[in-house]
Design a binder for this molecule. Structure first.
Ligand code: G4P
Length: 533
């Protein structure tokens, strides 16, 4: 039991530490420049000495282990990581999200651990399909959003037109805090509207080190400074009339988004974005528990598991649970309780994460993400707490849209097949559903995209030594149902009932037509599209 003095000292410490923290994610359509921007943010924060280090490290690691061959072969990012770095006294936790749409469910969970997000747009393309989808997820989570328009060094769309698109398509009021000067392939710099200054950039060799910046008071520039400047000035007068300044409350409630312009590859505009994350992105706030009550930030330690990654390093065969700290002061000598099982969890092996690298951690505060290595019995969505019990709501999952039957090819490897499937399901790689009449012989893999199946197959083979056959299953859409639904839908045409290992029942439909017909014929039956638990 702590003395009241110690508790008091601890809670003011927690408040101070919370104020220093910013936990954010970057969301974008693949190829908009997320990896590049991430590297450049790290460069400006001093977390890497030269840009290119993250990518180089990533490639080197890919060579020494065959972890995620698919990632390497197809040049896509599958595994989300966490990057923790300190800049100007602020501790940032950057939660990386996989860009490919087939991993939207993973992104969905990662965003539940962030307090804000950067939406990254390609200036030539504006809002693309995946940007929109991820934006909807971020909005559903109530995250404040900062927009970064990238690749201004190349011919791009009119910035005013891009603002309109943000407003029309996303329903967000964009408020540019910087404005580009000299677009269309002749990007000179940005006006910092908050400080009324023009920042002119010069590129460093290969963009590996910070860009050179020359800052001039906006008022000292005139028509003599060239046509780009005249054009920018006209646009700025228009903006001053219609979008004068960011309303902090409107930003935090997701109605306004501050907009920044830049070129990640040449480092233009990156520093101003990092400053904005420090200034505008919210620190962690109190989270709402399942019973609807807020868990105060200064209460005992609590957090939830939003991601599990097994076998990150094949030689170690370990399993890392990523925990977002929600309240309290976590110390490595503590034990926590898993709210679902009531079992004790030791925090002695808590790790601080930087991509795939990790270091022992002695303490953590709300907003931090820690890795618990080889902590048995943890599942995605589990709440851990010390002190007063608390449980956070289950992480929602997206209703599956793709289905495949998986069969074990070699009966002597049946145990490995079952174990592999069970572990990959716990990691959230894919849902594994079983029909009452086929059971474990022919489980159905269900997910948002086919790449989830490719990864399941590849990991079953390389990590568990189980060779499998995959065959498309005749379903197009799934809905969560309940025991009454199972009884009502028994024998209905074009519907199959399948159960997940945790007992969740799914109705699988051969087409949306079947779904609509069944929904009309059984209006009282539960058919939920966003599945919880
Ligand atoms: P992603 O993670 O969002 O998928 O994007 P990534 O950073 O990998 O960038 C996608 C491509 O866009 C890369 O080119 C990258 O160099 C380029 N890029 C990123 N930011 C900018 C920018 O500000 N301006 C310009 N002009 N290009 C940018 P690539 O040819 O696919 O790869 P690489 O050979 O350059 O590595």
């Amino acid at each position: 039991m702590q003395t009241s003095e110690a508790t008091h000292a601890d809670s003011s410490d927690v408040r101070r530490q919370v104020a220093r923290r910013r936990s954010f994610a970057i969301i974008s359509h693949p190829d908009a420049g997320k990896t590049t921007l991430t590297e450049k943010i790290l460069l400006y924060a001093g977390a890497v000495a030269e840009a290119g280090a993250v990518r180089a490290r990533r490639n080197r690691r890919a060579v020494v282990s065959d972890w995620m061959e698919i990632e390497r072969d197809r040049g896509i990012s599958v595994t989300a990581t966490v990057l923790r770095f300190t800049h100007g006294g602020t501790i940032f936790n950057l939660l990386d999200t996989p860009g490919h749409r087939d991993f939207s469910e993973d992104t969905f969970r990662v965003l539940s651990a962030a307090d804000s997000a950067v939406i990254l747009l390609d200036a030539a393309k504006g809002i693309e399909e995946q940007t929109l989808k991820l934006f909807q997820v971020a909005r559903a989570r109530g995250l404040p959003l900062i927009t970064f328009v990238n690749k201004l060094d190349r011919p791009s769309r009119d910035p005013l037109e891009l603002l309109d698109e943000i407003e029309q398509t996303l329903g967000l009021e964009p408020v540019p805090l910087t404005w580009p000067v000299g677009t269309h392939g002749n990007f000179e710099g940005v006006v910092d509207r908050v400080r009324s200054a023009f920042v002119r950039y010069r590129r460093s060799a290969g963009g590996a080190t910070m860009a050179l910046e020359e800052v001039t008071a906006q008022g000292s520039l005139s028509a003599a400074d060239g046509p780009s400047w005249v054009e920018a000035q006209d646009q700025l007068s228009l903006l001053d009339a219609v979008r004068p300044r960011l309303d902090s409350e409107a930003f935090l409630s997701g109605r306004e988004t501050p907009v920044f312009f830049g070129s990640a590859i040449s480092n233009f505009g990156v520093r101003l974005l990092l400053d904005a994350l420090h200034e505008h992105a919210p620190p962690p706030g109190a989270r709402i528990a399942s019973d609807g009550r807020e868990r105060d930030l200064e209460d005992g330690f609590s957090g939830f598991v939003f991601k599990i990654q097994a076998n990150m390093n094949l030689r170690h065969r370990d399993r890392v649970a990523f925990v977002r700290v929600c309240s309290g002061h976590l110390r490595a000598d503590m034990r926590a309780t898993n709210a679902r099982t009531g079992k004790q969890v030791t925090l002695a092996h808590a790790q601080e994460l930087f991509g795939r690298e990790r270091e022992s951690l002695s303490e953590a505060f709300p907003g931090d993400v820690i890795g618990l290595v080889n902590s048995p019995g943890l599942r995605i969505g589990d709440t851990l707490y010390a002190g007063d019990p608390v449980e956070y709501p289950a992480l929602p999952v997206l209703a599956p849209e793709r289905f495949a039957v998986v069969r074990n090819r070699d009966m002597s490897r049946y145990k490995q097949f079952r174990r592999g499937l069970a572990e990959l399901e716990l990691e959230g790689v894919v849902h594994v559903l079983r029909r009452a009449d086929r059971g474990d012989q022919e489980p159905i893999l269900a997910g948002v995209g086919d790449l989830q199946f490719d990864i399941t197959r590849q990991r079953l083979e390389t990590e568990y030594g189980a060779m499998v056959d995959l065959e498309p299953a005749p379903f197009r859409v799934a809905r969560r149902t309940d025991a009454a639904g199972v009884r009502a839908l028994d024998g209905a045409r074009g519907v199959a009932i399948a159960e997940r290992a945790d007992g969740t029942q799914f109705a699988l439909f051969e087409s949306t037509y079947h779904l609509e017909r069944v929904a009309a014929a059984h209006p009282g039956v539960a058919l939920e599209s966003i599945v919880t638990g």
